[in-house]
Structures are given as C-alpha cells and as structure tokens.
Design a protein around this ligand. Sequence first.
Ligand code: KG4
Ligand code: ZN
Length: 354
Amino acid sequence: MIILGIETSCDETAAAIVAADGDAAPGRVLSNVVLSQLDDHRPYGGVVPEIAARAHLQHLDRLIRQALDEAGMGLDGIDGIAATAGPGLIGGVMVGVMTAKAIAAVRNLPFAAVNHLEGHALTARLTNGVTFPFLLLLVSGGHCQLLAVEGVGRYRRLGTTIDDAVGEAFDKAAKLMGLGYPGGPLMEQAAGRATDPSRFPLPVPMKGRPDCDFSFSGLKTAVRRHVELLGDAATDADMADLAASFHIAVGDSLIDRCDRAMKLFREQWPEGRTLVVAGGVAANQILRARLTKLCAKRKFDFVAPPLKLCTDNAAMIAWAGLERLRLGLVDGLDFAPRPRWPLDPAAAKAGAKA
Ligand code: KG4
Ligand code: ZN
C-alpha cells in the first residue's frame, strides 16, 4: 500500500509518500517534503493563521508534485490520500483537506481524514514498528498530553496540560529572554552554553500530584521575574544559565508526570512496555536523555522517532492514513475539517479541545 499524505494544520506545508508491505509495521518513507513558514511568521513572534493559510495555498501543489517526483512515481502509483483534518488552524486545515479530496475525487482513490495527533501518535510504528499498547508522551507547541495508545483510533488520555503546552512554554520563555523564535531549539542551544545550570530557582509544576496533568504558565511567570530582576545588565551568560535552569524545571516536571503515568499504565495495560515520545519538543536532547534514564529505571523501552519525524511533517499523516485505510477506515468526501478534535472520546465529552 502506498499513501500520499498532506499536512497543513500549522506553519509547515508538507507532503510525503509512505509505503507498507501487507499488515506489517514499520513502514517505508519514500519521500518527505517539508516547507517551513518560519521566516513568514518570525516578525510576529508566533504563527499568524491568515498568513499560514495563504502560504499553504501557494505552495501545496508544488510540494505534492515534488513528493511524487522524489518517490519516483505519479498519482497513478498511489493507493490512497490522507490529509490532516484537524485539530489545528482551520484555514490551513481546509487547504490540505480540499486538495486531498479533489485528488481523491478525480482519481477515485480512498480518502483518510487524519487527526494530527494520531499522526504524531503512530509515528513510532512507522519508524520502529512499536506494537500496541504503548504509552505516549506528546509534547509540541500546541499539545502536552500523556496517552495510552491501544490501537489505531483507540486512545485513552491519562493527562493533559491545564494551561500552556510545553513547546509554548519554551517559545514564551525564549521570547521573554530575548532569544528569538521558535524558542525550543534556541533555549536548548543557550542551555548548552551554561556554566551554572542550577543557578536560578524555578518551580517544578505539578510535582507529586496524583493525576498526570501538566501546567507550564507558572514557570513562564517565574522566568519573567528572573528576567526582570536581571534587568538591562543581563548578559548572554545569565541567559544561558536561565535557559539551563528552565530545562531542569521542565525536565523535573515531565519526569514526575511520566513516572506517574507509567505506574497507571502498568496497572491497566500490563502487557505494554514502551514509552514513545512525539511532537516538536521531543527533538530536545536534554529532555530525551532524562526520559531515557527514567525508562531504564522503570524497565520501559524508550522510543523517540528521528528528529525530522518529531516535528510536523506529512510522513506521519500518510502513515496514520495508511494504518486507517488498511483497516477499511475510509472517510467520505463530505468530512468537515475540525479545528478541535480530541483523540480520546471521553476527553471530548468532557469538553477538551484537543
Ligand atoms: O510538533 P511541532 O512541530 O508543532 C506543533 O506544535 O504541532 O512542535 C513545535 C514546537 C515549538 O513550540 C518548538 O519551540 C518546539 O516544538 N521545539 C522544541 C525543540 N524543537 C522544537 N522545544 C524544545 N527543544 C527543542 N529542541
Ligand atoms: Zn504537531
């Protein structure tokens, strides 16, 4: 089975071709083209939805052609089309979904409306063939969740953020510290230059709480206070130490929350033994190292997809579509894009946005 995937839910325009042999995971990425709109949004210090939607419209056709070329095939080599149908910035999602539907209609191909989070969730099956059930830590600019992944389309949310996502916290802290945008990679680089990583005392959000939820807005406020105290005299060395202290606090919080989730997961899914980390923040080597250690201690396998499949891409959407289509989960061409779309139906009922 060979699937074309399209991703347009945020600030990356992406197209990819992914293949699988029979029912097996892992799969094969035949091409994976990503156009980042970072330069378009940088002057505003964040993603501007209207600019994003227009850029998707401008570039998507060309990127699909490029993905096909790099995979060495035309549309006649494709068995189905998958596009992110939510959650995300609705203008961009509509561009991707309409494009996918048009190709599906003209070529008479099955269409899969993919939840962006499911794309992140199933990436470790594409890359490593991880078997169900597994525990997922999804950490990106828009999301911070712990999920039990029982199967394709079967998710139980164990915890979520009650305010900011962790990537958002990186971005906001970096902005406060004058490091630039996007904050995650710049904070990580700054932390690498620190001489006294534990110099700044920062709160460790949610530590010790019996649930598996996250919170990062207090941490951001604490960073603001330190930046204000440092004032105009702040040096690069100060910011490096603050970035490192920030990593310690975020790491402590993630470790505490994951440890809690691992216990719950073990109780309910004793056959599961893998922690998968996904989303843009999973690119962070400092946090990865700490998660690796925790997994060794708790006897979990640790799987982190390669960096270019952690940040937003279309290969993950193609793969999620492939997994759905080969189970016969075909969506109608009347499927409406969803700005909000939680993976866990119970969370959806409780009013969650994602
Ligand atoms: O998954 P993603 O590409 O987009 C969505 O939010 O869905 O994640 C982007 C987020 C941004 O907040 C960015 O700052 C963060 O991931 N990020 C990082 C790193 N690389 C990207 N955060 C921490 N360390 C990094 N190295
Ligand atoms: Zn994402």
